[in-house]
Design a protein around this ligand. Structure first.
Ligand code: HAS
Length: 560
């Protein structure tokens, strides 16, 4: 499909800016493993503080890259399936809002005025521009939903009996989840944090802020995941050489995410004394509920891949695996997607361990946790994002992939690095190694009385994995910008591989409309969050003043 120059420009910028920022994000990932292994025994390096670096790492990789990509991929999906570009003015408005937000937050982080990590929990205080930047990034990402909803309604009116394309359904569900969950964080930022950070209010309710953050925070992880799931359902079976095993399974999974993505946030707060056990138990049960659509996805995608392998002439029970296009340069997206799926098997299992109230008390706030989430957000999500960014860019620009052979190997290199890294982190976590801690200044410094020799092998494994991942990511950066800088070979156009369904079940109205699901979503949300908020209202202790990361004394007292 031919698209306008303006459409291409927005998409290029939305893909290329976060990939360029990744250089900073990935560098600070490597630095984390270096500090933690005790190779550096200091609080800063190259004039950047440990926590400043960790904040840059989390914000760029987990918030900026993911949000920009979700918006760009949403535009591409809508335009491709509806054969019509989204409203250009709104596309630009959304882009400028997001970019100005990122610039504000980047200034605050680089100036060392917002070392509050990507969760920005109070009482750690950031510069108001950090919060304002985060709010603008979010508001900018809301804008497209309203335009896509109009596009969808028009299309539905003209095609009432046709099933909504799966990718469109997934995009709309994802942005509805995003809109609802970000309302809580918008309230946290605008009503609680900005006035407190500006000094208009002296104290802040830490428990309320945390609860509002996690109302947003776990749904956030599915906002990251769903674009990857859309790729797995609608693109992967085609490039693997087969068909999507069941179209209906995809629809059921997506609607289940709408129900269960948000009302699970308290599983991040099992250790918060403000919230009672009954509420924690209910959120724990719903967390098992949100794993169901991923199990559905695992079986559906595995069946689709088995079908692809069989179609390619495989024999025996597992022969299909060998027949898949693992190193096919022309189908490099396969390498990115399958690598993400392999990592997600481990990411999923560790997530289910976290969800168990009793097991969670063993692993909470230990290195186990980054072990878990790197196999999710830095697994299927990251690999899906970078692979697809390259694909969309090269198709839209008409340029060929720079170093295509190397491009096919990068995801596997990433998987090797990630498995070593996450194994080291998970093992260390089980031995009590804390997360978010500069171990080099204490536990991993042999001269320090706190020295823990049993954390040497675990942190060294994480370091080795970190080095391999850093190399893989930098090679990707070379390929991405190498492709941008190469000469145009043909006319650029918008194209996405589209998987046919093996079981193309007939349209079931319940799985092709939003209203019943939205109503159920609201009911579950109220059941899960009214008691949690009542708990917080009743049990929160005194409110907290402002703290900076480098001082255990509140900011106002420290100034005296
Ligand atoms: Fe999580 C903490 C529970 C999924 C990200 N999670 C985090 C944090 C992050 C994160 C960033 O219950 C840390 C937050 C912080 O900073 O404090 N998580 C879960 C559960 C799931 C889960 C139950 N998490 C994710 C995803 C993430 C993510 C997805 C990012 C994208 N997580 C938790 C809990 C905590 C937590 C607690 C808080 C812990 C604490 O104490 O702080 C589930 O959604 C997982 C379901 C997944 C599966 C796997 C399905 C497998 C698939 C692959 C199939 C492979 C194929 C290939 C088909 C059931 C789909 C086969 C073919 C071949 C050829 C081999």
């Amino acid at each position: 499909m031919q698209v306008s120059k303006s459409f291409k420009q927005v998409i290029f910028l939305e893909l290329a800016i976060p990939v360029a920022l990744l250089i900073i994000g990935i560098y600070h990932g490597l630095m984390q493993t270096i500090y933690r292994a005790g190779v550096l025994q200091q609080t800063s390096f190259a004039k950047l503080d440990y926590y400043q670096g960790l904040t840059l790492h989390g914000v760029i990789n987990a918030l900026v890259l993911t949000t920009f990509f979700a918006v760009a991929f949403g535009h591409v999906t809508m335009a491709f399936y509806f054969k019509k570009e989204p409203n250009r003015k709104l596309m630009w408005l959304s882009f400028w809002l997001m970019l100005s937000g990122v610039l504000m937050a980047a200034w605050a982080m680089l100036a060392g005025k917002a070392s509050v990590l990507y969760t920005f929990y109070p009482p750690l205080k950031a510069h108001p521009l950090f919060y304002l930047g985060a709010a603008l990034l979010i508001v900018g990402s809301w804008v497209p939903l309203f335009d896509w909803a109009v596009m969808y309604n028009r299309w539905k009116k003209a095609n009432p009996e046709t099933k909504t394309p799966l990718a469109v359904l997934g995009t709309l569900i994802n942005f509805i989840i995003w809109f609802v969950c970000t309302l809580a964080v918008a309230y946290e930022v605008l009503v609680l944090l900005i006035p407190w950070s500006m000094g208009w209010t002296d104290t802040v309710n830490v428990n309320l802020a945390r609860t509002l953050f996690w109302f947003f925070g776990h749904a956030l992880v599915y906002f990251w995941l769903l674009p990857a799931y859309i790729m797995f359902y609608t693109i992967l079976p085609k490039i693997a050489g087969g068909k999507l095993y069941s179209d209906l399974a995809g629809r059921v999974a997506l609607f289940l995410f709408l129900l269960f993505s948000i009302p699970v946030g308290v599983h991040h707060q099992y250790s918060d004394p403000t919230i009672t056990q009954g509420v924690k138990f209910f959120h724990g049960m719903l967390t098992y509920g949100v794993a169901i659509p991923s199990f559905i996805t695992a079986f559906t995608i595995a069946a689709s891949l088995e079908y692809a392998g069989k179609k390619r002439g495989s024999k025996g029970l597992f022969g299909w695996m060998a027949r898949l296009p693992w190193f096919d340069q022309s189908k490099y997206l396969f390498a990115y997607f399958i690598s993400g799926l392999i990592l997600f098997v481990f990411g999923g299992v560790t997530g289910i361990i976290n969800a168990s109230y009793s097991l969670n008390s063993v692993v909470h706030n230990t290195a186990w946790m980054p072990g878990h989430f790197h196999m999710t957000v830095a697994g299927p999500v990251f690999l899906g994002i970078i692979g697809m960014s390259l694909y969309i860019y090269s198709k839209l620009s008409g340029k060929r992939i720079f170093l295509p052979k190397l491009n096919t190997i990068i995801p596997y290199l990433w998987v090797i690095g990630m498995l070593i890294f996450s194994f080291g982190m998970s093992w260390g976590g089980l031995r009590g190694e804390p997360r978010r801690t500069n171990l080099g200044t204490s536990y991993l410094n042999p001269d320090n009385p706190l020295y823990r020799s049993d954390w040497v092998p675990t942190t060294l494994m994480a370091l080795l994995g970190g080095i391999i991942m850093f190399i893989a990511a930098m090679l990707f950066i070379v390929i991405f910008f190498g492709t941008i800088l190469s000469k145009k070979k043909e006319e650029g156009f918008l194209e996405l591989p589209v998987s046919e369904a093996y079981h193309d079940e007939k349209r079931i109205p319940l799985f092709d409309k939003f209203k019943p699901w939205l109503v159920t979503m609201i009911v579950i949300l109220l059941l899960a969050y009214v008691p949690a908020l009542l708990n917080v209202n009743k049990n929160s202790g005194p409110k907290a003043p402002r703290f900076n990361i480098d001082n255990p004394v509140p900011e106002a007292s420290a100034k005296k």
